[in-house]
Write a protein that binds this ligand. Structure first.
Ligand code: DC
Length: 222
């Protein structure tokens, strides 16, 4: 079996940043599963499909092509041949991605893609249900958490750097709403796997979190 690190946790817990760094340190393929859910949300916007039109969203899945690529050391996501790495972070996508990801057909389709990717290569995969549902036998499972306020602060800074205009209050609201939907999903709800290591990153630096996880991974590997 491939070596698989599963990193789950809520929005803004630092998963993205630490996953990238760990991937580099350990030479693993880095898969951001949230980016795939965001791509489905973006495609529904591109096709003018409303959230209530679940049938149309499900039909759309037959013709959707999502690819993860690494070009010049940068992780990119392609939707139907187009690089959408930046587009999927926009506000309109963030607003609808949670309900889109609650549609079970969307989850089945994307989980198939994730499992295929991990078949022949060692990966670190971040998401909400990687350790509980997608890879219940992952080599190492981490549940990364932080307080909602700290997570909103991090997202705010991240957005500023990317030129995304969203107030701090708007982000806190968005994060709390998403937490609620993500934790109450019928399938793939955000929760800690019983055998996952819980890390609260509220008062830890990125380096400290990375160090903890790399140490664990090396213990398992060696
Ligand atoms: O990590 P993120 O904020 O980019 O994720 C976007 C949304 O996708 C988030 O609201 C929850 C959902 N998601 C999911 O349901 N399951 C995953 N494995 C990853 C993300």
């Amino acid at each position: 079996m491939s070596f698989i690190i599963a990193i789950d946790g809520p929005a803004g817990s630092g998963k993205g940043t630490v996953t990238k760094l760990i991937a580099k340190k350990l030479g693993l393929v880095n898969i951001d599963t949230g980016a795939a859910y965001r791509s489905v949300a973006l495609e529904s916007i591109n096709q003018n499909i409303k959230l209530e039109e679940e049938d149309k969203i499900i039909n759309m899945l037959d013709n959707i092509n999502i690819e993860f690529k690494n070009e010049h050391g940068k992780d990119l996501i392609y939707l139907n041949g187009e690089d959408v790495t930046d587009k999927i972070r926009q506000k309109d996508v963030s607003k609808i991605v949670s309900p889109i990801s609650a549609i079970k057909e969307v989850r089945f389709k994307l989980n198939d893609i994730f499992r295929k990717i991990a078949k022949n290569q060692d990966v670190i995969m971040e998401g909400r249900d990687i350790g509980t549902y997608v890879f219940p036998n992952a080599s190492l499972k981490i549940y990364l958490d932080a307080s909602p306020e700290e997570r909103a602060k991090r997202r705010y800074i991240q957005n500023q750097k990317k030129g995304i205009q969203m107030s701090y209050e708007e982000i806190v609201e968005n994060i709390k709403t998403r937490d609620k939907i993500d934790m109450q999903k019928e399938i793939g709800a955000l929760k800690k796997a019983e055998d996952a290591i819980y890390i609260d990153s509220t008062n830890l630096t990125i380096e400290e979190v990375v160090e903890k996880i790399v140490k664990k991974a090396n213990e398992i590997k060696n």
